[in-house]
Design a protein around this ligand. Structure first.
Ligand code: ADP
Length: 208
């Protein structure tokens, strides 16, 4: 069984993934895979260079992300082109990695992805777990983690999928508005729930 784990910026995805990891649940992070497919020497990077030239790489032959971001931000057609180059490769690698993890003895595995719904990666998973956080807390956690001010954090949040829409698509929800102990308690409860589901048990404990 594959569980998709998502949420807005600084909702707590990495923190929750680590807590599941401590319970023996492995995960793959879609952001890591997305970085890998445009890594130095990768075919996707070669295609990007062929289209946009040396301006999108740095002195070490690595992708200059901010240069490429500026191009696709200004031109939706370029964004679609880029997604056409990267998304199929990301999906294939994710699938391979998830298959590897599933062939181990884990009870279930997690796909951690900030764009689980937007990218169509939710099609790879059986259930979607959404981390929800009240916006003021999300802004302060973003600001203190990333060294941005709250106005910048708010602009990032506005560019993401609205909270309500994400929640509508959730099978399970973790509300990360307390301390780490309360977060851990929710993860432990959900882990029990998922282990039952993975074993096809008929009666489920209450996960909420
Ligand atoms: P994401 O991976 O969704 O961007 P993180 O797991 O990195 O989010 O969490 C964002 C920030 O908030 C991190 O600095 C993290 O340590 C902090 N954080 C997350 N959950 C809590 C919590 N329950 N209490 C206090 N700090 C938290």
């Amino acid at each position: 069984m594959i569980i998709g784990l998502t949420g807005g910026i600084a909702s707590g995805k990495s923190t929750v993934a680590r807590l599941f990891g401590a319970l023996g649940v492995p995960w793959v992070d879609a952001d890591d895979i997305a970085r890998d497919v445009v890594g130095r020497g990768q075919p996707a990077l070669a295609e990007i260079i062929a289209r946009h030239g040396q301006a999108v790489i740095d002195d070490h032959g690595c992708l200059n992300r901010s240069a490429l971001r500026a191009i696709v931000f200004a031109d939706p057609a370029e964004r679609r082109w880029l997604e056409g180059v990267t998304h199929p490769r990301i999906r294939q690698r994710l699938q391979e990695r998830l298959n590897e993890l599933q062939s181990g003895d884990a009870p279930y595995v997690l796909l951690v992805s900030p764009l689980l719904f937007e990218s169509g990666q939710s099609q790879l998973v059986e259930r979607c777990l959404v981390i929800d956080v009240p916006e003021p807390l999300q802004l302060s956690r973003t600001a203190s983690r990333d060294g941005v001010d709250e106005a910048q954090a708010a602009a990032i949040v506005r560019a993401q999928m609205p909270r309500d829409e994400r929640l509508e698509r959730a099978d399970e929800i973790i509300v990360n508005d307390g301390d780490l102990a309360s977060l851990e308690a929710q993860v432990v409860t959900l882990d029990r729930h998922y282990r039952h589901l993975a074993h096809g048990a008929g009666t489920l404990p209450d996960a909420t």
